[in-house]
Design a protein around this ligand. Structure first.
Ligand SMILES: *[C@@H]1O[C@H](CO)[C@@H](O)[C@H](O)[C@H]1NC(C)=O
Ligand SMILES: *[C@@H]1O[C@H](CO)[C@@H](O)[C@H](O)[C@H]1NC(C)=O
Length: 151
């Protein structure tokens, strides 16, 4: 399965990864997060030594996340990335090993929305509008403006 997640730069992204087994008497043993283009895992969650998720061992790999990530393992488990950066954009994979069930792989495409560096507005004559103020116009009037976003 492939999920799509969007996050604006500077906000928090939540990448879903279901830890519930399809078999009742089963549980998760190890979760590893990968990012496409990175050879080493970006995060691991190890529950091989315990039956309780809250006793699991969290480990963020070395890399660009740099303390900004955490795997929230409550009912709607998701990988949380805070202060999202443009470089976080990409394809993530959550690999879930269970005690009995086959390994589950979930892919999540994170699209980071980076606001433009600058916005310029021009009126119909091509004149740049200072301070983004238009008008006055009569109520109901139609106007044409051009917005140029860069960066
Ligand atoms: C997680 O997976 C289990 C087993 O496949 C399923 O029953 C459950 O609905 C899933 N939960 C979510 C939130 O997708
Ligand atoms: C706005 O531009 C459209 C398309 O060029 C044109 O048809 C329309 O008449 C213009 N409206 C005004 C108020 O200038």
């Amino acid at each position: 399965p492939l999920f799509h997640v969007e996050a604006v730069q500077g906000t928090t992204a939540r990448l879903p990864c279901n830890l519930t087994s399809q078999i009742d008497a089963d549980r998760v043993s190890l979760v590893i997060w990968y990012k496409e283009g990175q050879s080493t895992p970006i995060y691991s969650f190890d529950v091989r030594h315990t039956e309780m998720l809250d006793k699991g061992l969290h480990h963020e790999g070395t890399g660009s996340l740099n303390g900004r990530s955490h795997f929230n393992t409550t009912s709607l488990s998701s990988f949380i990335i805070t202060n999202v950066k443009g470089q976080d954009n990409g394809l993530y994979r959550c690999r879930v090993d269970f005690i009995k069930s086959p390994t589950r792989n979930i892919k999540i495409q994170l699209s980071v929305i980076v606001p433009p560096d600058s916005i310029t507005i021009f009126d119909a004559k091509g004149t740049q509008l200072p301070h983004y103020i238009l008008g006055p116009y009569n109520e109901g009037a139609s106007i044409n403006i051009t917005c140029v976003a860069s960066g």
